[in-house]
Design a protein around this ligand. Structure first.
Ligand code: PMP
Length: 360
């Protein structure tokens, strides 16, 4: 068996020990005589799996008691609609910060439910940075302020948390959740799809402050009403049970590795390897502002785009896969989530150096 270094943005590489454990437990989960996939979600085994996963996630992120953790379905894209449906709380408008492809998607969807004020945007800078707080135009009547704290496609990450004058801050943290510690108490709501840094597609995590729930629009489907799901322990209907079990194994793996502070150290070291190289070569470049560079998604380009196809082909032949940038942007992107070992990043930098030597 040979596994590749998969630099895909999601679904993405997962920790090998976790995949192995899931494989070992596939036919008989811990003496139950069945796979987690086959269990009743109301049975004691699955209720235990769910409770442990939630407890471990709470421990990893130090989630305060006055926050609910919901395990939902529909992906982060469903949250683009569900955030306004649940959080407008009778108001008619919300603030959004436009920093790239995914925040624009969130904005487009929110416009179906409310007036959207673009409180800040980095469009003029072609979405290569985060917007300086002084440039913001916050609406004091907004129900919430929405940011995308890691723009997966542009490779822009917020290494700071904005001040919103007491208006609840909401973030789409899909592509960097669990890559570093996070001060949950600064947010009203955090959401993330699982298929990047957590596990399997099909599971979406919502962490929401108690006082913000219970005011969903009447048209909100019950399975997407945060209050209803919170009261039902995310089991108003059948949850994505295997995805939740798998996420639980990843949480356990993260705890064994030393938690999020340790993961952050490793992720800084991995990202530095790649950015340091990009900073000292003329052959490749990255347009992202130094202070806003993502540790998870490294966007870069070959100055000579005619070499793109050859670069990708040779990378692939060495087991360095899915480096092609998103179709909206072109170029290259190396996603180096928690599960990407530093050896994978070293192998990529070695290959890039060699490709430069031969083609530069
Ligand atoms: N937000 C961000 C930041 C993303 O990276 C993605 C997926 N690439 C999405 C939202 C959409 O996620 P999903 O496909 O799970 O709905």
């Amino acid at each position: 068996m040979s596994r590749v270094f998969n630099f895909g943005a999601g679904p993405a590489m997962l920790p090998e020990p976790v995949l192995r454990q899931a494989a070992e437990e596939m036919l008989d989960w811990r003496g139950s005589g069945m796979s987690v996939m086959e269990m009743s979600h109301r049975g004691k085994e699955f209720i235990g799996i769910h409770a442990q996963a939630e407890a471990d996630l709470r421990e990893l992120l130090a989630i305060p008691k006055n926050y609910k953790v919901l395990f939902l379905q529909g992906g982060a894209a469903a949250q683009f609609a569900l955030v306004p449906m649940n959080l407008l709380r009778g108001k008619d408008r919300a603030d959004y910060v436009a920093t790239g492809y995914w925040s624009q998607k969130a904005i487009a969807e929110a416009k179906r439910y409310c007036k959207v004020n673009i409180a800040a945007t980095t469009e003029d800078a072609k979405f290569t940075c985060t917007p300086k707080q002084g440039t913001w135009n916050l609406d004091p009547g907004a129900a919430y302020v929405h940011i995308t704290s890691n723009e997966t496609i542009e490779g822009v990450e917020w290494h700071w948390i904005p001040d919103t004058n007491g208006v609840p801050l909401v973030t789409d943290a899909s592509s960097h959740i669990l890559s570093r510690p996070l001060d949950v108490s600064r947010f009203g709501l955090i959401y993330a799809g699982a298929q990047k840094n957590i596990g399997q597609a099909g599971l979406t995590i919502v962490i929401v402050r108690d006082d913000l729930i219970g005011h969903a629009m009447p048209a909100t489907p019950a399975v997407f009403d945060y209050k209803i799901q919170a009261e039902a322990d995310s089991m108003h209907n059948t949850p994505a049970s295997f995805a939740l079990y798998f996420a639980g194994l990843v949480f356990e793996w993260l705890k064994q590795r030393g938690g999020l502070k340790k993961m952050e150290e490793i992720n800084i070291a991995k990202a530095r390897l790649l950015y340091d190289y990009l900073d000292q070569t003329e052959f490749y470049h990255t347009p992202v502002a130094k202070e806003d560079r993502s540790r998870m998604n490294v966007q870069f380009r070959l100055r000579n785009e005619k070499l793109d196809a050859e670069f990708l082909k040779q990378a692939e032949s060495r087991g360095l896969t899915q480096l092609k940038g998103h179709r909206a942007l072109g170029g290259m992107r190396a996603s180096i989530y928690n599960a990407m070992p530093i050896e994978g990043v070293k192998a990529l930098v070695d290959f890039m150096r060699e490709f430069e030597r031969k083609n530069g």
